[in-house]
Design a binder for this molecule. Sequence first.
Ligand code: GLN
Length: 538
Amino acid sequence: MTKYIFVTGGVTSSLGKGIISASLAKLLQARGYRVTIQKFDPYINIDPGTLNPYEHGECYVTEDGAETDLDLGHYERFLNTPTSQANNITTGRIYQNVINKERQGDYLGKTVQVVPHITDEIKRNMRILGDTGNYDIVITELGGTVGDIESLPFIEAVRQFKWEEGSTNAIVIHLTLVPYLAAAGELKTKPTQHSVKALLEYGIQPDILVCRTEHHISADIRKKIALFCNVNVNAVIESIDASSIYSVPLLMMKEQLDKTVLAKLKLPSKNEPDMESWKDFLGRLKNPTAEVKIGLVGKYVELPDAYKSITEAFIHAGAKNECKVRVEYIPSESIYPDNVKEKLGHLQGVLVAPGFGSRGIEGKIEAIKFVRESEIPFFGICLGMQCAVIEYGRNVLGLKNANTTEIDENSEHPVINMMEEQKNITLKGGTMRLGAYPCDVKKGTKAYAAYGKQHITERHRHRYEFNNKYLQQYEDAGMIASGFNPDSNLVEIVELKNHPFFVGGQFHPELKSTVANPHPLFVKFVAAAMEHAKKKTI
Ligand code: GLN
C-alpha cells in the first residue's frame, strides 16, 4: 500500500520546497523505498510550456514530452529516475479535465462545483502515481504559499485526502521560515506559528515542520515551536542555508527527517540510508583539483533559473572531472564583432543556450564564430546548435544571409527550417517536438567518444531543424552530422572535425544529467575546457 507525504509552504515563497522534497525522497530511496515526487502548481496555465522563462524559470521536459516545472528537474537529478506528465499538475489541467467531463455529461443533472468536483479531481491526480503500484511512497509538493487564494482547493484536497487515508498513511510536512532579526539578535518563531495557524484554519495539522533558517535553531526554540504548533519536538527540523543544494540530503539525514517521516507513516526504518555514492559525489564536488571558466551565452541570463538544468549539468560534469566549473552568464545581446574577444577571450569554453525568437541571436552567432576560429571548446544546445549551423553556413560555406526560418521566413538559405509536421500547427501549447526521441551516433566522432555507444535517446523541445538539403555541402566543408534520428533522418548532432571540441545538439542533454549519471557530452565538454586551460599555461 502506497503512503503519501504532502509538502506545503508557509510564510514566503522560495524556501526550497522542491529541494527538501527531493532530499527527503533521496534519503527514503537510499533506504530501499520506491519513491516518486509530484508537484501541483496553482496557476491556470495548463502547463508552463507557454510561459516566458523570466516568469517561471526553465521549462523542464520529461521523457514522455510533458512541459513541466523546473522542480521536476531536481527530482530527477536527485533520484535518477524519470518523471512524467503525472508528476506535474496545474490548476489549469484540473479545471480542463473537469470541464471536459462536464461536456461529456459525466455530471449530468448536477451543479459542478469547486467542492467536491475540483477537489475530487485533485485527489484523483494525487493518487495516480500511487495507483500504478510502482511506488511505496509518493511525495506531493504543493506550489505556492499557504493562504494564497489560488491554492485553497489543493489544501482542501489534502485535508480530505488525509482524512480518507488516515494519519499513518498520509502526512503533511510544512516548510516555514524562521527569520533572524539582526537588531534583536534573535531568531523569530512567530511567522512559523502564524503559518501553522493558517493551515489549521483549513483543517490541517502539520505532522512535521521544516524550518528554513540562516542560523542554527537551539533546543529551546525547537521546543517553543513544537509547543505552539502542536508537533513533537523531534518533528521540528532545522533546514539551514547550505552552500550547495546537494548538501541538503545529508543535512536532512542529520536532522533525522527521514526517520521521523517513517515513524509517522509506521514504516520500518531499520537500515540507515546508503548515501555512500552521494557522499563520494559531494567529496569530488567540494574538493576540485582544477578550475575552468565557461561562458553561458543566452538571452535570459539575468535570471539563472532560466538555465537551471544547464547549470546543474555543469556541477555534475565538474564533479566527475574533479573540476570546479565557474559559469559566467553572458547576455547574447551584448556581443558584437568589436567586443567579442574581450567578452569571451578569457574563457575555456562557451555554451550557447537554447531559446526562441530573434532577440540576441546575432550575438550568439558572433560568439560562435569567435570560439570556432580561436579553438575555444564550444557546446551548442538546441537554438545554440542551430546558430552554429547558421554561422558555419554564412562564414565558411559562403551562404549569404543563411538563417533559420524562425527569424527570417524568406531567407535565401534556410539552413534551419521548420519541421514538416510543424507546418500546419497553429496551437501554441504542448505542440512542439517534445520528449524523448532515439538518435543514432556515428562511430569515430566526438559524440561517439562521449556516449561510447551508437543508440541513444535524448529529449527535445523545438519546432525547427537542420535543413537536410544542405547536409552534403556542410559535410564536405567539415561540419558533420554525427547523430541522426533513425526514423525521420533529422540531424540531431553536428560537430566540427578540425576543432578541439565543437559540438551542437538539437536536443537538450542537460535534462538527462543527474548526480548518479552526469551527461557524457557535458563531461567531455568540461574535459575539453580543462585541456584548453592547460594549453594556455604551457
Ligand atoms: N527556437 C528553436 C526551435 O523552436 C530552438 C528551441 C530551443 O532552443 N529549445 O527550434
